[in-house]
Design a binder for this molecule. Structure first.
Ligand code: ZN
Length: 404
């Protein structure tokens, strides 16, 4: 609750969803003054409990509980937020992971492996247009020089922005995790609808975004007979319908969560009495299974290729699904079962730092319910009862992995 008030313009501390108004959004883009304040608060807490956080060359914060071996179990998430977002997305997982370290310390748990909490820089992409900055840097998937060159909305580069808030370390964090668990709010309505306490993530959906320009011929809506028209919006409508139906087909055919959306559309000239001459739109395809994603993408591209005069497209994002590790899934499931909470396995439709980390580590995620499925809005809320349950599950999962 304390961290949630940082980045909220009113600064007010919110203890229940009924107190939230549309003015209570949390705004903490990476490298902003509010990002710094949240980091300072987190680092302060760590120090208060006897930990010495390490800041790496991407501004990621690492907190370590040494074990008998240098092999690492890492828990992590992010402290930054979208513009006018909620207080749980990311931060809930970071503070809860610290809580797990404190519980292990309190009960004098003798960990075999070294247990690390990570707060990754700039997961949301709200400042630098590129999501998961810190985790992409840490895993080496984006090279340091390329990351440092990225510019934020004010035109300032990543390196100098992180320097200016005093969160640019001078060396890399030396270890890489054997296992990684990200504890996060669901950000969707499924757990609430299914009345489950805990979601165990099996995969994070891959995504393909296609930018499309549809060309027609602008004309008078009163004088142009139907048989000589070339209406760009009618052609776009066919594509929108096709995207919807192919996603339904792929969901059934491959028995998985596959979705297709056209949510952005620009119609020119956008006048009721003019035949649309040009439409710009974006097609967003996502799926938990690679074969399903490719099935949808290929079907859409084949349709577009069939009329090259009308359709000019480019693929602007293409990310394969990230499959979670069976070992980590089992460690979480065994923990939930021992605690007798209700749970379900599910895909994540949203991206997370787990995507890059899963490329270098055996990774998994724990979800807790989001009230009304809301996230990336001031009205985001998760009951503390669920957060506490998730922490208990995380403690058990970490121990299961530590003893494996
Ligand atoms: Zn998040």
């Amino acid at each position: 609750m304390e961290q949630g008030s940082i980045g909220r313009e009113s600064g007010k501390k919110i203890t229940g969803p009924e107190q939230i108004t549309d003015k209570d959004g949390v705004t903490r883009p990476a490298g902003s003054e509010k990002d710094k304040k949240t980091r300072d608060y987190f680092v302060g807490l760590c120090k208060k409990y006897g930990f010495e956080p390490f800041i790496d060359i991407y501004g990621n914060i690492f907190v370590t509980l040494n074990g008998k071996s240098n092999n690492i179990i890492m828990m992590g998430s992010h402290l930054d937020s979208v513009i006018e977002g909620g207080m749980f997305d990311g931060a809930m997982g970071v503070f809860s992971s610290l809580e797990v370290l404190l519980r292990l310390k309190d009960e004098n748990y003798k960990n075999n492996m070294t247990i690390v909490v990570a707060a990754f820089t700039g997961e949301e992409g709200s400042a630098f247009h590129q999501p998961m900055l810190g985790s992409h840097g840490y895993t080496g998937i984006i090279k340091k020089d390329d990351l440092y060159k990225l510019r934020n909305r004010d035109g300032k580069d990543f390196k100098s922005v992180m320097q200016s808030i005093e969160y640019l370390g001078d060396s890399e964090f030396s270890g890489k995790p054997e296992y990684y668990i990200e504890y996060h709010i669901e950000q969707g309505p499924v757990l609430e609808k299914e009345k489950k306490d805990i979601g165990i993530v099996t995969s994070i959906t891959g995504q393909c975004v296609i930018e499309l320009n549809v060309n027609g011929l602008q004309g008078h809506s009163g004088t142009t007979p139907m048989d000589v028209r070339n209406d760009a919006l009618v052609k776009a409508a066919d594509i929108i319908k096709f995207v919807d139906s192919i996603a339904r087909e792929a969901s059934n055919k491959f028995h998985n969560h596959s979705v297709g959306t056209v949510g952005e559309l620009n119609v020119e000239p956008n006048r009721f009495n003019v035949i649309p001459g040009h439409v710009y739109l974006k097609i967003d395809l996502r799926s938990e299974k690679s074969e399903s994603l490719h099935y949808m993408k290929d079907a859409v591209l084949n349709t577009l290729k069939a009329d090259p005069g009308a359709f000019k497209y480019s693929i602007i994002t293409e990310v394969e699904p990230s499959i979670m590790s069976d070992e980590v899934i089992n460690a979480i499931a065994n923990s939930v079962k021992a605690l007798k909470f209700s749970y379900m396995e599910m895909p994540s439709g949203a991206g997370h730092d787990t995507i890059p980390i899963s490329k270098i580590s055996r990774a998994g995620m724990i979800f807790v319910p989001s009230r009304l499925g809301l996230s990336h809005t001031p009205f985001e809320w998760t009951d503390f009862k669920y957060i506490e349950e998730g922490i208990e599950v995380l403690v058990g999962a970490v121990k299961n992995l530590d003893r494996s």
